[in-house]
Write a protein that binds this ligand. Structure first.
Ligand code: GDP
Length: 202
């Protein structure tokens, strides 16, 4: 039987330094937690092929580590993104307060024409850490007020909700005005992963 056609979809992780963006990408793509190698060699994106609701996509996940170097590269980094994962750390209220700036900056530099319908997924990372500075309700309220949802509480350390959040990002893209038609076909499809169950979205 013929393989389903794969599409390339660009997802970008944005948020303050230290909230766990590289760790989330690494956890999702390699299922490892240590990001030392990433930071050392300056990984900018990783590809992950997956199947969501019967559709095979190659998700190209862009990390924005190395904030200083990255600032001059915002336009090429942001442009062409199909989904933006706005990330903060649940044990750092300032990173939560900065989400609005990240969203605004993304809309400007990515030149998003219709921000109200653009897929933003919000990640409150480090849910494994006991002492949180941001409550689930505060985060959900921010998402409602800012048209950014769904909201996931994740842990790159113990993998809580990481796959669910990335898979939901794909779903949001595919659901947006049949954007699947705009995605770039890729030739190779060699990994079919079943969507996971038992994960929760806030
Ligand atoms: P980035 O600058 O946003 O890419 O953040 P990093 O991925 O480099 O992570 C910053 C620090 O937070 C590192 O020490 C990570 O080990 C740690 N970290 C990342 N994610 C988690 C998490 O889910 N739980 C905990 N406890 N620590 C995390």
């Amino acid at each position: 039987m013929a393989q389903p056609k794969s599409s390339l979809l660009k997802v970008i992780l944005l948020g303050d330094g230290g909230v766990g963006k590289s760790s989330l990408m690494n956890r999702y793509v390699t299922n490892k937690f240590d990001t030392h190698l990433f930071h050392t060699i300056g990984v900018e994106f990783l590809n992950k092929e997956l199947e969501v609701d019967g559709r095979v996509v190659t998700m190209q996940i862009w990390d924005t580590a190395g904030q200083e170097r990255f600032r001059s590269l915002r336009t090429p980094f942001y442009r062409g993104s199909d989904c933006c994962l706005l990330t903060f750390s649940l044990d750092d209220s300032q990173s939560f307060l900065n989400l609005a700036n990240w969203k605004k900056e993304f809309i400007y530099y990515a030149d998003v024409k219709e921000p109200d319908s653009f897929p933003f997924v919000v990640l409150g990372n480090k849910v494994d850490v006991g002492e949180r500075q941001v409550t689930s309700e505060e985060a959900r309220q921010w998402c409602r007020d800012n048209g950014a949802h769904p909201y996931y509480e994740t842990s790159a350390k113990d993998a809580t909700n990481v796959a669910a959040a990335f898979e939901e990002a794909v779903r949001r893209v595919l659901a947006t005005e049949d954007r699947a038609d705009h995605l770039i076909p890729t030739d190779t499809v060699n990994l079919h992963r079943k969507p996971r169950s038992g994960t929760t979205c806030c």
